[in-house]
Ligand binder design. Structure first.
Ligand SMILES: NC(=O)C1=CN([C@@H]2O[C@H](COP(=O)(O)OP(=O)(O)OC[C@H]3O[C@@H](n4cnc5c(N)ncnc54)[C@H](O)[C@@H]3O)[C@@H](O)[C@H]2O)C=CC1
Ligand SMILES: O=C(O)C(=O)Cc1ccc(O)cc1
Length: 290
């Protein structure tokens, strides 16, 4: 490999699942990384990551994984990120950049940035790309192509470290958007976290509906399956997102409940015009994003 386009000589990926595995694959394909080291609590997942060639080697410990790395990418459930950063800091190389792909940014950045020793840097990030599958076997090199990645610098963020993180996501095929972490959390509460909450609740509600004393989900057709695909996502990941973006998620759940109540009133009143208007407005907004 020519070293001319290399952005990161040694990349450490902590948590080599869908998100970490896909970034490793994308960056390797783009020829912008030298060596990729993986660390994962799940030994079998790490062995598979090595077998698939997603990482060049699996490290037994966080210390060995981050030693000599110029960039560390954290792709573990969001509540684990601050503790992992605290644990890896003593082993970081001078000048190292630590960045993440977690779905919540406010608390992650607020917890991690102040921990960084002088000369090392934390930059928060979140690719707006994923699937309902997890583990390294679900990862693929094109996951980030044509997708946005939100990077959340603060007034304290080192501009060179920020530039490196931006170039990495661009090398993976993403369009990078810089955004304040608090705004990020409200935005993803609306476009990602609320839909997941609604999908999980919908599946449980229908499964828990016992009027017919038999499981009725097996009768479900395309619409139900399309709408609830994301309820197959990893429960531990979504537990952490709901815990960490509590304010944003609650605000959006309340906002949604008001719209749901409006719709219920229209149904209860038999308001034909109101119902059609409600559905037309929604269809126009939805068609516009296709
Ligand atoms: N799944 C998705 O569609 C998206 C997920 N994210 C975020 O990316 C992060 C990772 O998610 P996925 O890759 O989907 O999950 P995943 O379950 O596919 O991968 C996470 C990996 O981290 C490992 N792990 C967990 N705790 C660890 C620890 N303390 N130390 C080392 N390894 C540990 C797990 O064994 C697992 O292999 C999460 O923060 C999530 O919010 C961001 C965008 C999309
Ligand atoms: O599967 C899907 O469609 C998703 O919405 C995936 C997803 C999940 C979490 C994120 O923070 C970003 C993207």
């Amino acid at each position: 490999m020519s070293m001319s386009g290399v952005i990161v000589r040694r990349l450490a990926v902590i948590g080599v699942g869908l998100i970490g595995g896909s970034l490793a694959r994308a960056l390797r394909r783009a020829g912008v990384v030298g060596e990729i080291v993986g660390v994962d609590l799940d030994r079998d997942n790490l062995v598979r990551a090595h077998e698939f060639g997603v990482v060049d080697c699996g490290a037994e410990t966080l210390a060995a994984g981050v030693a000599g790395a110029d960039l560390v990418f954290l792709s573990v459930p969001v509540c684990a990120i601050p503790a992992v950063v605290r644990d890896l800091i003593p082993h970081l190389a001078p000048g190292a950049i630590v960045t993440d792909g977690g779905s919540v940014k406010g608390e992650v950045v607020a917890a991690c940035e102040p921990l960084m020793p002088p000369g090392t840097h934390f930059v928060g990030g979140h690719p707006i790309a994923g699937t309902e599958h997890s583990g390294v076997e679900a990862s693929f090199a094109t996951l980030y192509e044509g997708k946005r990645c939100i990077v959340t610098p603060t007034p304290r963020t080192d501009v060179t470290a920020l530039g490196t993180v931006v170039r990495l996501w661009e090398a993976a095929g993403s369009e990078v958007v810089l955004m304040d972490a608090e705004k990020h959390d409200r935005l993803v509460a609306a476009i990602s976290h609320l839909p997941h909450m609604v999908a999980y609740a919908l599946v449980n509600a229908v499964e828990g509906y016992d009027r017919f004393e038999e499981g009725i989900l097996r009768y479900s057709a395309g619409g139900f399956r399309d709408f609830t695909r994301i309820a197959s996502s990893d429960p531990a990941m979504w537990r952490d997102i709901a815990l960490m973006n509590r304010e944003g998620v609650i605000e959006m759940m309340d906002h949604f409940a008001a719209y749901f109540a409006t719709l219920r009133s229209l149904v209860a009143a038999g308001d034909a015009d109101g119902l059609e208007r409600f559905f037309r407005e929604s269809k126009e907004s939805r068609d516009a994003i296709l």
